[in-house]
Design a protein. Sequence first.
Length: 188
Amino acid sequence: MVLVMIPGPNVALVVANSLRYGMRMGAVTVLGTTLGVAMQLAFVVLGLAAIIEIAADALIWIRWAGVAYLIWLGIRTWNEASHNLDKVEAAPALFWRGCMLAAVNPKTLLFNAAFLPQFISIENGASGQLAAVATVFLTVLLAGDMLWAFFAASAHRLFEKHLAMRNRITGGFLVAAGIGLALSRRMQ
């Protein structure tokens, strides 16, 4: 739970989308980021983390493309005209944006590969235990990120009269998510 409470790029995206679009789109973003983390956890459970660690340097351009995209979205959102966005139907885009952000973050992949195995006993079927620990972690992550979305969405209502400020704050969170992804480095 402590790990979920520490904001990173995923949380910044969830907060930005919840502030901008409300709880429904914040929840869609959470489902996307959760799928991205689930893909990473699947690699860990299947033992592919070592392969991905080797390939991480070769695929670093994916992370930088994600950084550029988030910063571009943030700047675009910052400069957008102020209008009510409650009826925007952006669910698929927000879902996949969240999924890609979570999936391309090498820091979380390597952290999960190092962190989760500490909770298993090698003598008692490690892969089954690792899958169980990953499922518990994913459940806690989903619940925690939904709380982030809920609290940010509650602030969404406060900004209904100050739409320009909402765009600025949302844009700031998107840029922060991009910077957070840029600063994430491979754990050595």
